[in-house]
Structures are given as C-alpha cells and as structure tokens.
Design a protein around this ligand. Structure first.
Ligand SMILES: C[S@@+](CC[C@H](N)C(=O)[O-])C[C@H]1O[C@@H](n2cnc3c(N)ncnc32)[C@H](O)[C@@H]1O
Length: 258
C-alpha cells in the first residue's frame, strides 16, 4: 500500500494543484453543492485543497472538518486552511469517524475509498454521522478504465500491475451504487469524468504517476531498475515525439442518506 508520508504528501500537494486534479476537485465540489451554514466532512482530506474551497463556500456560519490519519497530510491541510476559522483538521479514520450521530449535512471522500480493504464499515459510519436527507459524495478512479500507450505493452502491463498493489480496491465505482443502497442511502447517481493527458505536462497526472509508480516499483523490489528506467525513458521519448497518451476515468458517486 502507498504510504502517505512526507515525500508523497509533497508530491500530491503539488500535483493536486495541477489542471487534471483541479478538474476532478471542481466536479466533486459541484456535486457536494456546499451551501452557507453547511457542516461538511472532507473524509481523507489529504493536503486540504477541497477542504479550503468548501470552507469558503459554507461561510462563517458553516463548519468543514478535514479528517485524515496521515500526520503529514494533516500538517499540510492545517497550514493551507490556517486562515479559515470554520475549518477543523482532525486525526481519524473512516473506519471510526469521530463525530456524533446525525451531526453533519454532507460528507465527501475524493480518492480515499480505493485504499479501504472493506468498503462497508466506512459506509456504515458515513450513514451514522450524516443527518437524514444528508448527502454523501464518493469520488474515485476506476483502474479498469486506465489506458496508457507504449510500444512495449508487456512492460507497461507489468508497471500497471505493480501499481495495483498500492491500493486495496481498484473497482470502487462499480460497487458503490449497490453498496450505498444496502447501507441506507437512496437515489444514488454516478458521474464519469475522464482525465486525459496527450502532453506530459509538469503539473499533470501522468507526470505525477510516473514519479509515484517508478518509486513504488523500485521500493518494493518488483522490477529491475533497468526496466523501470526504460519505461520512464520511453514515455519521455513518446512525449517528445508527440505520441504520449494516457487516460483514466474518475467516477463521482453521490446519494442521499435515508
Ligand atoms: C489520494 S489521497 C486524496 C486526498 C484528498 N482527498 C484529495 O483529493 O486531495 C488519499 C488520502 O486518504 C487518506 N486515507 C487513507 N486511509 C484512510 C482512512 N482509513 N480514513 C480516512 N482517510 C484515509 C490518506 O491519508 C490520504 O490523505
């Protein structure tokens, strides 16, 4: 599993401000539909980019809680939100959300559920802490939709398979509608958002993944260094030749607490 330590936090904090991740954050924000005075949980808030945007939208009468088990992520989120009195950054986990029953209007989790072995306990917790009529928004990639061009498709497949090990569940979006229904939510809807890079931009998702994936494969001793270097080098060459292509679909699922 990927460790959300200081190095990963720094990398994500920069990449998440890039245009690819800004798109999915904006789409998730719109589905949360924050209103003045709302009490909103940003579950797995990471570096707190969405937390801050939600805080501005709920205004002085609202409250936004950023919950994350990673001390490095919490430190970054707390610094980012330090001038927003309506934000509280809290240590905790989706398995045991430290809030009273029915105390929140909305809850959002962006790319967090894919790290859970068991999707059910977090859904039980979200239902418990949301008020009746409250909204849950769960926003995750589906790694079955991932397309990445390479002239060496076997090597690309090996790199992608190793990256599967960084998460617990690569198929969260397809499981959520039925799970939400089973856990006391109704009117579930899913919105697809394809993230696509044809250019290897410094602030893009593909660049971030190349750094994360090569580091992860090296650290876990999964592939020889020479093969990882060749994979990286091919992508740089494809980009230089205008033949770079990577796409993945992110799904935003939302539902109402019964
Ligand atoms: C890929 S990051 C996404 C961060 C943030 N939601 C965003 O989109 O900017 C995943 C986050 O989930 C957090 N996380 C991992 N396990 C968690 C758990 N059991 N409960 C809550 N958050 C968790 C990690 O610490 C990390 O900050």
């Amino acid at each position: 599993m990927l460790e959300f330590d200081a190095a990963t936090t720094k990398l994500l904090d920069t990449a998440y401000q890039g245009s690819d991740f800004a798109k999915r954050r904006r789409a998730s924000f719109d589905v949360v539909d924050p209103l003045p005075g709302d009490r909103i949980l940003d579950l797995g808030c990471g570096p707190g980019l969405l937390t801050l945007e939600l805080a501005r939208a709920v205004g002085p009468k609202g409250l936004v809680f950023g919950l994350d088990p990673s001390p490095d992520m919490r430190a970054t989120a707390a610094k980012r939100c330090e001038d927003e009195p309506v934000v509280q950054i809290i240590d905790g986990s989706a398995q045991d959300i430290p809030f009273e029953d029915e105390s929140l209007d909305k809850a959002v989790a962006v790319q967090v559920f894919e790290y859970f072995d068991n999707l059910e306990q977090p859904l039980k917790e979200l239902r418990r802490v949301l008020r009746p009529g409250g909204r849950v928004v769960i926003s995750d990639m589906h790694f079955g939709t991932w397309v990445w061009h390479s002239a060496d498709s076997d090597r690309m497949e090996r790199m992608m398979k190793i990256w599967d090990l960084h998460l617990a569940d690569r198929e969260v979006p397809e499981k959520l509608p039925a799970l939400l229904k089973d856990h006391g939510f109704q009117n579930a809807c899913t919105i697809p958002l394809t993230l696509f890079d044809a250019v290897l931009r410094p602030d893009g998702m593909a660049r971030m993944l190349m750094i994360l994936m090569s580091g992860y494969a090296q650290k876990n001793g999964q592939l020889p260094d020479a093969e990882i270097a060749a994979w990286l080098s091919e992508q740089e060459s494809l980009a230089a030749e205008g033949r770079f292509f990577m796409a993945i679909t992110h799904f935003i699922t939302y539902a109402e607490r019964i």
